[in-house]
Design a protein around this ligand. Sequence first.
Ligand code: GLN
Length: 195
Amino acid sequence: MKVGALALQGDFREHLAMLASLGVQGVEVRTPEELAAVDALIIPGGESTTIGKLADLYGLIDPIRRRVAEGMPILGTCAGMIFLASGTTGPDQPQLAVLDVVVERNAFGRQVESFEADLAIAGRDEPVHAVFIRAPWIHKTGAAVEVLASVVDPANGEDRPVVVRQGNILATSFHPELIGETWIHELLVEAVAAG
Ligand code: GLN
C-alpha cells in the first residue's frame, strides 16, 4: 500500500511522518504520474488558495477528481478540507468540488486564530484531541455527507461540522497530523485495505 501526500504547499511532511508511524509507505505527490501510483491521497493543511492554484498549475485537478470518482480514498485536513469542498462562503477559489459541503474559511474568527479542544467523534469511544489553526468549519452539508464531529457556533448555538465523511472522502477542519493523533489516518488506511 502506498499513500500519497499532495506536496505543493502546507504540512505534507507531518502527514508522511504519521504514515511512517503506522508502518505505511507515504510518498510525495506533485504530478499526475505520481498520483497514478498511489492507493490513497492526503491533502494537507496550509493555505487553500495556494494549494488550489498550484494544483491547477500542475495539472492535478481533473486527475484527482477522476481518482476520487473511481473510489480512491482521500483525506483533507484544514486547507485540505477546503480544497475538497464544493464551495466556500467567500470569493471563488480553485476547489476539487468532490465533497458536497460549503465551508466557511477562518470560521473561528480573528480573536481565536488557534485553539485546542477534546472532541467526541461519532462511532468512537475515546474523544480526539483537536488542534484548530485558522480553521474552517462546515456551513452547509449535502445529503450524502455523514457528520462525525461538530463544534457549537458561539454566535447562535448551532452545530458546525468539523469532521465529515462522504463515501471514500474524509475531511477534518483541524490537524491530527500535528500532534500524532492517528485515528483519521487509520480510517484512511482501513478504507484502502477494504477497497
Ligand atoms: N486558513 C487556511 C485557509 O483558509 C487554512 C488553515 C490551515 O490549513 N491550518 O486556507
